[in-house]
Design a protein around this ligand. Structure first.
Ligand code: MTE
Ligand code: MO
Length: 353
């Protein structure tokens, strides 16, 4: 099995190379970990979510109260907006995630919408803020903060947004936000706040550091006056086989992978050797709108030599993976085409996964 890449041990920031062995569903043991702070102390049996602000009926919702409501499950691919930051040139600020900061799991919980409706959203409300139980110093300012993010009210009321307490049919592991996390389908991972302990309905935007300083596209370091918020996930893909640096035999080359997009369903994936001819891949049946989609492509008659396999996904809105994503100071949204270097030779197949 391939080894994880640990960017930081504490707080834990770790990714796993995506190979065909990862599979379509990512087990929690191979799901990337992205944490700003040390894990909070959590007690599932005493978990409460405070719902307050611009609501008619402020309340404390206990975990068991969520669990007795009708559950909803959905498969959602979660990608960190810093995924593939390592490939920006010049280097961007932040951990150099390579390509493994993305995973696909089945999340089960209660629609956030149901909780908001029960509390009664007041007229004039425009945003909803979510506080995680984890806290620490924001690196740029030294300010003591919780991990907090806000969603526009319309997005928070989207039927797909979940307060999830299970991952892949098991209680949500603490490392992935257990006992309860938000799951915002189609948005980059930062929106899916872990260890949700407070929900505040607001009549004003929220200006916490993870809203206005991090998770914004900046054309230059410190150019906050030109900040564009990071929201929906860009169309992207990964090659799961052959692995990068693999040696394979001549003949028919089977390339497999996964593709996803927050903005619209995946429409196509094209594959090429050395960027010459692009061959359409065959897409697997779509399983769920916000889950990645498997694809494969057979390239006939590949001769001995060294090649660069390229894969490029497009979605139904016509978004296409670029060769180079637009550089930004904090290195978000790198959805450049997927690539794997291989060498084709008569020697026995050796898999370097
Ligand atoms: N409370 C809290 N929620 C959080 C974070 C965090 O540090 N604290 N990190 C966010 C980011 S940037 C990502 S990409 C995802 C990662 O989720 P995972 O660690 O379960 O993979 O959680 C998001 N939710
Ligand atoms: Mo992230």
């Amino acid at each position: 099995m391939s080894e994880p890449i640990v960017h930081q041990a504490e707080p834990l920031n770790r990714e796993w190379p995506l190979t065909e062995r990862t599979g379509w569903l990512t087990p929690d043991s191979r799901f990337f970990d992205r944490n700003h702070f040390r894990f909070p102390e959590v007690r599932a049996d005493a978990w409460q979510i405070v719902v307050e602000g611009a609501v008619d009926r402020p309340q404390k919702v206990e975990l068991w109260e969520l669990k007795r409501q009708v559950p909803t499950s959905q498969w959602v691919t979660l990608e960190c907006s810093g995924n593939k930051r390592a490939f920006f040139e010049p280097p961007a600020e932040g951990d150099p995630w390579r390509g493994g900061a993305v995973g696909n799991a089945q999340w089960t919980g209660v629609p956030l919408r149901a909780v908001l409706i029960r509390a009664g959203v007041k007229p004039g409300a425009t945003w909803v803020r979510f506080s995680g139980a984890d806290a620490g110093r924001f690196k740029e300012t030294g300010q003591w903060v919780h991990f907090e993010r806000a969603l526009p009210l319309a997005q928070a009321l989207d039927a797909g947004v979940l307060l999830a307490y299970e991952m892949n049919g098991e209680p949500l592991p603490m490392a992935h936000g257990g006992p309860v996390r938000l799951v915002v389908p189609g948005w980059y991972g930062m929106a899916s706040v872990k260890w949700v302990s407070r929900i505040e309905v607001r009549t004003e935007p929220f200006r916490g550091p993870f809203q206005v300083r991090d998770y914004v596209y900046l054309p230059a370091p410190g150019a906050y006056d030109q900040a564009v918020p990071v929201t929906v996930g860009r169309v992207s893909s990964v090659i799961t086989a052959p692995a990068d640096m693999a040696e394979v035999r001549p003949g028919t080359l089977l390339v497999t992978g996964l593709a996803w997009s927050g903005a619209a369903p995946v429409a196509r994936v094209d594959v090429s050797l050395n960027g010459e001819t692009w061959v359409p891949a065959t897409l697997d049946e779509p399983v769920a709108r916000y889950a990645w989609r498997g694809w494969h492509c057979s390239l006939p008659d590949v001769r001995p030599g060294k090649y660069l396999i390229n894969a490029r996904a497009a979605d139904e809105l016509g978004n296409v993976q670029p060769f180079k994503a637009p550089w930004n100071a904090k290195g978000y949204g790198n959805n450049q085409i997927a690539q794997a270097n291989i060498s084709v030779s008569m020697r026995p197949t050796q898999r370097l996964v």
